[in-house]
Design a protein around this ligand. Structure first.
Ligand SMILES: *Cc1c(COP(=O)(O)O)cnc(C)c1O
Length: 237
């Protein structure tokens, strides 16, 4: 099969699994947005997904997104680009300029810099606060016990357009309690969006209220094994 038809078939299969998971959870399938994670994949794969009607895409590195997406965004007005990887403060200006959703707001210094860039560029991407629900030292995200205070500060002190929360549960644990914790936290703050669930666990995430599921492998196939972008380097703080 051509790349076009492979991606189209994978998307159709993923969409029907999402619809089924929604039905099982008593939810409307239109309440879940599929974010196609295109990191490491080239423009032809992204164009194949666009041709199959996909509109939301996720990238985990600012530089890679800058290389791939400006032309695609110009050609496809409805394209919505999500940043799903850790954001360094020195790349915040570029991220605010390019992304429509930044899902990885996770520390006060970054909140300050994003607030400044939104004011300067007069462009405001939707923001999600990433919570490190497993309190994993190597993983990005605000620690669980600091999340309430941080979300409160983002909304009230920096007046940021925070719309919801995002998490990546530990790989070796049942993701369900992590999804449940994130959903309860969003409810406490009146936040509507929940980005949770990847190729391996999106059905569980939908059962717990996910509004955005981030799928790469299930749509575009396997990636090269190690991704440094998944892990926060000490310099990123
Ligand atoms: C890579 C990535 C995904 C997609 O992972 P798959 O297992 O390929 O579906 C989702 N979320 C984040 C934050 C990622 O970095």
């Amino acid at each position: 099969m051509s790349e076009r038809s492979t991606v189209a078939a994978a998307l159709a299969s993923v969409r029907s699994r999402i619809a089924l998971a929604c039905t099982r959870a008593g939810r409307d399938p239109s309440s879940v947005t599929l974010v196609a994670v295109s990191k490491t994949h080239g423009v032809p794969a992204i164009e194949a997904a666009l041709a199959a009607g996909q509109r939301h895409f996720g990238e985990n590195r600012v530089q890679e997104a800058q290389a791939k997406y400006p032309a695609l965004k110009a050609a496809h007005r409805g394209l919505r680009l999500h940043l799903i990887g850790p954001l360094q403060t020195n790349k915040a200006a570029a991220a605010v300029a390019l992304f429509d959703v930044i899902e990885t707001l996770d520390r006060p210094r970054l909140a300050e810099v994003i607030a400044r860039e939104i004011a300067r560029q007069k462009r405001a991407p939707d923001l999600l606060v990433q919570v490190n629900t497993g309190d994993e030292p190597q993983k990005a995200g605000i620690p669980r016990e600091e999340a309430d205070e941080f979300i409160h500060q983002c909304l009230d002190m920096w007046d940021l357009p925070v719309r919801g929360l995002m998490c990546i549960p530990p790989v070796d644990e049942d993701p369900a309690p992590h999804f449940a914790w994130l959903a309860a936290c969003a409810r406490r703050h009146g936040l509507g969006l929940l980005s949770m669930g990847m190729s391996a666990d999106f059905e569980t995430a939908i059962a717990h209220g996910a509004t955005h599921v981030r799928l790469g492998t299930a749509i575009f196939g396997a990636r090269p094994p190690v991704e440094a972008g998944q892990i926060r380097s000490p310099a990123a703080r």
